[in-house]
Design a protein around this ligand. Structure first.
Ligand code: C5P
Length: 409
């Protein structure tokens, strides 16, 4: 599985580590950023170096760690402001109460605060401290000042703190910080200011309070599309069926169960959307009536009467015919045979701009797995067969096509 993330690839990211116990998690964050393809430089405060040795970060980044303000060789190699000046993004994780206070007042008394003050790119803070310090009016005021000056922040989370107590103050997990970093980097991307609706996962059609008619969709493809759209700066609404995954940072997630609920949420979100990508596996039939109580088993057989669910895409394109919005509509076709033929027929019948077809019975493709082999078919009839790719890579390709289609509109 490729670990590279396009929005981070080749980007210059400075990780600033200040002195809290969460500094150990900064090593994991650094490793993830490096694996994502970023060029990572680490700056540490002297207090941070009490918790984790600079060597750890040096080994992870293969680059010198900036720690000493007045070290002769660091001045030659790095320069006390050059890291900040050339950074595409600075992530301060953990950001302690003391470092937040210094930043709020523009102090430059160590390598981290100096780099932050000289930084021309955006700065993302991942605060971590004891809950009383976080709630202290001084910290609250410092965060307000920093927010007004355009600093971004993620967390802190609530949970177990290093003291053993429960409360707010835990640094966000490295995955969540990485996700917020992607959002910050992508916010001026090619889809900035554009609303994109993405659907993901399968729907559940109730038989009774404990049973449903469903399908094997995991939501992986739809969530990957939401990440890729968000990374390009889009304002994403992700309408998803039951899925045990967290929505990407900055994305508005709407959880639904049935096809009818999904239709209501999609039509609501699509009103002023530029585009919609329907990756959800929507049930085509639902039980005619859901029993109020659990159906008891009997000796004999049982027949379930099913009725059609609404075709959400058809409703979207019908509305587009009247209002012109959303401008681009992309559908998916999960097929088990005659993939190209069936997908072309769906594209025409549903009035789509692009359809992403895949053979869900093929190995490494379709439901549940992390990879997909798809064919992209456009309204002009052109078909492009993509090789086996990660779902994230498929999502990137689909979003590139979407950006091109929107550009043409
Ligand atoms: O007709 P079929 O279900 O194969 O079409 C697939 C495409 O239509 C997908 O994009 C799916 O999300 C969408 N769909 C829908 N409403 C339904 C069924 C499918 O929007 N009731």
């Amino acid at each position: 599985m490729d670990m590279e993330i396009p929005i981070l690839k080749g980007r210059k990211v400075v990780v600033g580590v200040s002195g809290g116990i969460a500094a150990y998690k900064a090593a994991d964050l650094t490793s993830r950023l490096v694996q994502a393809g970023a060029q990572v430089d680490v700056v540490m405060t002297p207090a941070a170096a009490e918790f984790v040795r600079p060597l750890t970060f040096q080994a992870l980044t293969h680059r010198p760690v900036a720690l000493e303000m007045f070290s002769l060789w660091q001045e030659t190699e790095i320069g006390h402001v050059s890291l900040g000046k050339r950074a595409d993004l600075m992530v301060i994780a953990p950001a302690t109460a003391s470092t937040l206070a210094k930043l709020a007042h523009g102090l430059a008394d160590n390598m981290l605060t100096t780099t932050a003050l000289a930084c021309r790119g955006p700065i993302l803070l991942a605060p971590a401290m004891e809950s009383g310090m976080w709630a202290n009016p001084a910290t609250v005021a410092n965060m307000e000042v920093l927010g007004r000056r355009g600093y971004f922040s993620v967390g802190p989370d609530s949970g177990r703190l290093a003291s053993g107590a429960e409360g707010v103050g835990r640094m966000s997990e490295p995955d969540a910080i990485l996700d917020a970093a992607r959002w910050v980097l992508g916010r001026n991307g090619p889809l900035a200011g554009k609303k994109v609706v993405v659907t993901a996962g399968g729907t559940r059609e109730a038989i009774d309070p404990v049973r449903f008619v469903g399908n094997h969709s995991s939501g992986k493809m739809g969530f990957a599309l939401a990440y890729a759209a968000r990374d390009r700066g889009a304002e994403v609404t992700l309408v998803h069926g039951p899925a045990a995954r967290t929505a990407p940072h900055g994305v508005r997630a709407v959880a639904v169960e049935s096809a009818e609920q999904m239709q209501a949420a999609v039509l609501d979100a699509a009103v002023d959307a530029a585009a919609i990508i329907m990756a959800a596996a929507v049930a085509d039939y639902r039980p005619k009536a859901a029993a109020e109580h659990k159906i008891k088993k009997t000796q004999g057989e049982m027949a379930l009467e099913l009725v059609r669910t609404p075709d959400i895409l058809a409703a979207v394109t019908t509305r587009r015919a009247q209002s012109g919005s959303p401008r681009v509509v992309i559908g998916f076709a999960a097929e088990t045979c005659n993939v190209l033929e069936n997908a072309r027929e769906k594209l025409t019948r549903k009035g789509l701009d692009l359809i992403v077809a895949n053979d869900v019975l093929a190995a490494d493709s379709g439901f549940g797995v992390d990879t997909n082999r798809v064919i992209l078919i456009d309204a002009g009839g052109g078909a492009a067969s993509l090789p086996l790719m990660s779902k994230q890579a498929v999502a990137e390709t689909v979003l590139d096509r979407l950006a091109a289609l929107l550009g043409r509109c």
